[in-house]
Design a protein around this ligand. Structure first.
Ligand SMILES: [Zn+2]
Length: 366
């Protein structure tokens, strides 16, 4: 019980410290107000919604996505849910205030996803994936309804291109798996698309690099016991070696650090300081077939940080703005410009990289 009490005291102190820290940075936000920088807009916290705000900041700084969504032709196709988010992005890029309240976006989100309809902490990675999937489905549906007459004539002609949207074009990559039956040496190859790579963190160090996490993800593994795979030659489940590689690197690479895990029966947060730089080269993980043809050097443009405990923490975002060419720290409604060297943080949870540098966004009215 003493332990429990101590834990509670710790959480209260953590909350106080976090709120004091965000108070402190509010003065910087006031200074930014006069400058009114497009794409640099704080988001008010509507009761533990920092995870939503941090995710929205990442989407707001994804220039090709914003350009596409704010295009008038795209907006004609959007459903109400997507349009609410697009209006918010528009306000963040073209609005005149230093922060706005994502009230409508939050209520739309709650109406379709009941688990977000409370004031408890939610996972930023799950939300980001949910938003991107919803947007992808919406854009796909709208396009297929426009193309309906033609598709009826040739129903089998649902090409891969017809399934693609700005979301899949930007965020989707392909992983290749080479499996080897340890009994008969039969090899098989399969692929899978992904939008985020969830990277394990080496647990035996207090500090490691993002390359260490990637190496661990792409490391050869042996599936044993209940994980054994069915070998088509043996006709039985066998021990299988699996080699994972990157078959198609995405335009925008999202890396998720698996900080929340289990240690025995207890849920824990891994606090390993994962060191990353502004550049990331994925060449060592490319499949041999694309090794020389694919450009796989990435630059960092957004980071979601998680400070504090498992269920009692605070999300903030660091995003690079293409107009000012500087980084900003977004702590709900408080925004401050930060130096490149301060982007690295032991609290990093999600990292967003782009293959091509973003250009000045082509947004009508900017
Ligand atoms: Zn076999």
């Amino acid at each position: 019980d003493y332990f429990k009490l101590w834990y509670t005291v710790q959480e209260i102190v953590m909350c106080l410290v976090l709120s004091l820290l965000s108070q402190g940075s509010r003065s910087s936000a006031v200074r930014l107000q006069a400058l009114n920088r497009p794409g640099v807009c704080g988001l008010d916290n509507s009761g533990n919604s920092c995870y939503l705000n941090a995710v929205l900041q990442c989407l707001c700084s994804t220039v090709p996505l914003v350009e596409h969504l704010l295009n008038q032709d795209t907006r004609k196709e959007l459903c109400r849910m997507a349009e609410v988010f697009v209006r918010l992005l528009e306000e963040m890029w073209l609005g005149r205030s230093s922060s706005c309240a994502p009230v409508e976006a939050r209520s739309v989100l709650c109406s379709i996803l009941p688990q977000f309809n409370n004031y408890s902490q939610q996972d930023a990675q799950e939300l980001l994936l949910f938003l991107l999937n919803a947007l992808h489905d919406n854009l796909k549906k709208m396009r297929s309804s426009i193309r309906q007459p033609r598709q009826d004539q040739n129903r089998n002609c649902a090409t891969a291109a017809g399934e693609s949207t700005i979301v899949s074009h930007l965020f989707e990559g392909t992983l290749g798996y080479m499996t080897l039956c340890m009994h008969c040496d039969h090899q098989a190859h399969s692929t899978q698309t992904f939008t985020v790579l969830s990277l394990p963190i080496p647990t035996d160090n207090i500090k490691c690099s993002i390359q260490d996490c990637l190496s661990l993800f792409f490391e050869q593994s042996i599936l044993t016991g209940t994980e054994q795979m069915l070998c088509s030659v043996c006709g039985l489940r066998r021990e299988t070696a699996v080699l994972t590689c990157l078959e198609k690197p995405p335009e925008i690479l999202m890396l998720h650090l698996k900080r929340f895990g289990c240690k025995g029966r207890n849920q824990v947060k891994l606090r390993t300081n994962v060191v990353f730089s502004m550049r990331l080269d994925l060449t060592p993980f490319l499949s041999s077939s694309v090794q020389n043809t694919s450009y796989s050097s990435y630059r960092l443009y957004a980071v979601v940080n998680h400070a504090g405990h498992l269920n009692m923490g605070h999300y903030t975002a660091m995003c690079h703005n293409t107009l000012t060419r500087t980084w900003h720290c977004f702590d709900d409604s408080a925004v401050k410009e930060v130096q490149d060297s301060l982007v690295q943080s032991p609290n990093a949870y999600l990292l967003l990289y782009s293959r091509k540098p973003f250009q000045k966004p082509k947004i009508y009215g900017l």
